[in-house]
Design a protein around this ligand. Structure first.
Ligand code: GUN
Ligand code: FE
Length: 504
């Protein structure tokens, strides 16, 4: 590794990053800070953040010793090179780890046929634990190196393979949610659970296993369990009842599922649950719609359903790459974001918590392999395209997304969807340092980025840009032209766990 950054944090030792930093605040605002200091403590949390400090490296040492009170010899200094910046790590709120072997094939089918002909056969291979042991490590490695510091993983329906997935994720140091699919009807005989009771019992065992995994250096879980009814169509009423009761008894365990991805799926669902008025109403009936529920897709949600989801405080995983790849449609993300505020009649005297729970939060999901790319960067590009298409649809309107919105969806919005906004998604004193060290230098080797190169004077401007404007441009170029080659380090809880410089 060219830089002296830690692959593990050490109690009593600090790592100090100095250079350009991107810090999101909301869907409309982010800070671009050309000269920022972030001090990370020995547990991987942010101990100090100085937004503006224009100094030489020698002066920086002095500030750290005299103003911040660090002791000589207790910290490692990482000074970013020109053309590099730090931003929060990506949050992928919806990814099927067991579908990565299918990336980029089967896109000619719509959802239900794609499940039947491509997805279920592939997922069924994870009945063999040896197969899972061969493929899951390289799957998780790819996801991490793509810049995803937190993943909400769907495993297959198998207990053993999904337990292994959780172990691998933990050993690689990624932050994650891991769940095994619950599915006891409308699936092929070779890939279905025998009954609701077995589905519930294996889920409980997996939850227990995950809750016993080693904690992070900050004394918290890095990998969380998540109850994962695949979608309403694949679950009997008995199974949904059991899962709902289990969820009610365990309010802190997250829930993830799919909703309103295609019109056919919505129709089938309403036929299977004739006493429910809507698709969202099905999950609500079984107590599966609440503040820590993550709903994938939500393309065909009605206004009424959006209102209900907002009232329950659930989050939505916007999966635009998948929505295009499988031809499912385009989600109305702005409407989702705006809906919740109206639903609860937002007023300024709401407490911060009440406000947070009253709105529908949205994050991004790759939905691999419904989505054909494991990178949130590609998902950002597809989210942008979706917003531009929705803008020109009759009766839809809404503005196309700017950089602030895309950054929010990929980081802080995702953190809110996972109820982890107090720990990750942006940089603040006390939060975990989950970050990417990005390079838009020519020597990153990505020909798509016309990036920083002091030897090339063709980019000299008549009116030079401010450092802040340059940094905002770097972020935009990274979003629309970047790939793994531009991600030098992937950092979770202060430790480098991936990226181009990682030698694990
Ligand atoms: N609905 C039920 N299962 C799936 C799945 O695996 N992927 C997607 N995109 N939608 C689903
Ligand atoms: Fe999915």
């Amino acid at each position: 590794m060219a830089r002296n950054t830690p692959t593990a944090v050490t109690p009593g030792r600090y790592t100090v990053y100095y250079g350009p930093v991107i810090n999101p605040y909301s869907s409309t605002y982010f800070d671009a800070l050309p000269n920022c200091v972030i001090v990370v403590d020995g547990k991987g949390n942010i101990a100090h953040l100085i937004e503006k400090l224009d100094v030489t490296s020698l002066e920086l040492q002095k500030v750290l010793l005299t103003q911040i009170g660090l002791l000589d010899g207790t910290f490692t200094l990482v000074i970013l090179e020109p053309g590099e910046f730090i931003m929060p790590g990506f949050v992928d709120t919806h990814i099927h780890a067991c579908q990565v072997p299918n990336l980029g094939v089967g896109g000619q089918y719509e959802l239900l046929d794609w499940l039947k002909y491509y997805t279920y056969p592939t997922e069924s291979k994870f009945a063999d634990k040896n197969y899972a042991a061969r493929v899951y490590p390289s799957i998780v490695r790819r996801v991490i190196d793509s810049g995803t510091t937190t993943s909400c993983y769907y495993g297959s329906l198998h207990f053993d393979a999904t337990m292994l997935l959780a172990d691998i994720v933990r050993s690689k140091g990624q932050r994650a949610f891991v769940g095994k699919c619950n599915m006891d009807r409308n699936c092929p005989p070779y890939y279905i659970e025998p009954c609701a009771q077995v589905s519930l019992e294996t889920t409980k065992c997996l939850v227990k296993h995950i809750q016993n995994l080693p904690q992070s250096p900050a004394g918290e879980p890095l990998v969380h369990p998540v109850i994962t009814p695949r979608f309403a169509m694949s679950c009997t009423e008995e199974l949904l009842t059991d899962l709902g009761n289990y969820a009610k008894a365990n309010p802190h365990i997250a829930i993830q599922t799919h909703i309103a991805e295609t019109q056919q799926e919505v129709e089938n669902t309403l036929k299977l649950f004739p006493d429910c008025k809507s698709y969202a109403g099905v999950y609500d009936k079984y107590k599966l719609l609440r503040h820590n529920t993550i709903l994938g897709h939500g393309i065909y949600l009605t206004d009424e359903e959006m209102k209900l989801i907002a009232e329950r405080g659930a989050g939505v995983a916007h999966c635009p790459a998948s929505n295009f790849y499988l031809g499912s449609g385009m989600a109305r993300v702005r409407k989702l974001l705006e809906h919740g505020v109206k639903a609860r009649g937002f007023s300024p005297d709401f407490s911060a918590d009440a406000y947070r729970l009253s709105i529908t939060q949205v994050g991004l999901g790759t939905d691999v392999s419904g989505g054909n790319n494991p990178s949130i960067l590609y998902t950002i590009q597809m989210a942008s395209t979706t917003s531009k298409m929705v803008e020109i649809l009759p009766n839809e309107g809404g503005k196309k997304f700017d950089t602030a919105m895309l950054l929010y969806l990929a980081t802080l919005g995702g953190a809110e969807v996972c109820c982890l906004q107090d720990r990750i998604g942006s940089f603040e004193r006390g939060k975990a340092f989950d970050a990417l060290l990005v390079s838009v230098r020519d020597d990153s080797g990505n020909p798509a980025i016309w990036g920083y190169n002091p030897g090339r004077d063709l980019t000299e401007e008549d009116t030079p840009k401010s450092a802040e404007e340059m940094l905002k441009e770097w972020l935009e170029r990274f979003f629309f032209c970047g790939d793994d080659r531009n991600i030098r380090q992937v950092i979770v809880q202060g430790a480098v766990i991936g990226g181009q410089e990682f030698q694990g």
